[in-house]
Design a protein around this ligand. Sequence first.
Ligand SMILES: [Zn+2]
Ligand SMILES: [Zn+2]
Ligand SMILES: [Zn+2]
Length: 321
Amino acid sequence: MAEKGQERQPKSLCIILWEYVCGKQTEPTIFKLPECLIYEIFKLLSPVDKVCFTLSCKLFLNILSPTSHQFKFTGPFKAETHSLYLNWPAAARNKLLVRLENARWACCCACLKLHPREEFSCKSLQSPPLERRCMYNAGIVDLCPCLSFTFRDRSRLVKLLKDAAKGAASKSITDRWRKFHVTLTDDGEGLVHECSITRDDYVWTHVEIKLYLSTYEHLRTDTRYTIHMNPGPNRVVSNNPKQLRPNTNIFACPHIELFGHITKIQSWNTEYDYCVRCRTQLDLLPESCQNMISVLVSRALGTSSWPADIEWNNQCREVEY
Ligand SMILES: [Zn+2]
Ligand SMILES: [Zn+2]
Ligand SMILES: [Zn+2]
């Protein structure tokens, strides 16, 4: 047993590297480095290199990602903008997807995800990664500032709705986003998501999204936006803990930013309006008053079958190069 004071000291970096050069070590040198040095190296890397370094082995995934069992990309990898900026140098997510491609996975620029290579046609696999699409009408649809869906996500939602209709989900579903609950709509079972979005000190919005399958199994959403405008010291504030960051834009559809559109609301000749590009309908609800505007936005997300159709594509983010 080693006596106190005779415990083995960690080897210096020079000794570790020398042993590696002399062939005394067969393991990669980086595994012999003290953990504090690993952190120092990590701090110097670019965001894309940080992710690749973290994903290089389970050891680094465990020490560098505090929630390694549910690794989530943050910061520059979140596709939060309302357009897909595919070739922009600042789009870290795109760079990462291209870096992570391998013999099994290929980048899809429509979903901003990696898919198994067998999900692409031979022709599309020959395209550059940021021009490759898994299917013609694929794309990302934003339903709420906190919820964006690829077409594969949409298929999961359709399955949840069908399970709920069969009673298989026992009315309490566990969706992968953990943001929905089941409710009964005029068209049968639906999924509901609720959110609160703070615009600034005086404007906040309650969002209630209902997803359901209409006649002929078309997926639709009815979203009620209740916009509270309370100037003055007695303003009402949201007590919903799931507030998003201030100044978040809300898009009624990919082509209409709701707050910008609301300013034109006085000029609405009728109590409804619609987007000329995707036919999303906006209805001004009768409960609207001076300090509160309530708008119902109805969107069609295409048929529930595979592959994506033009209705889905009309609701997708626009692509910018
Ligand atoms: Zn795709
Ligand atoms: Zn939300
Ligand atoms: Zn539109």
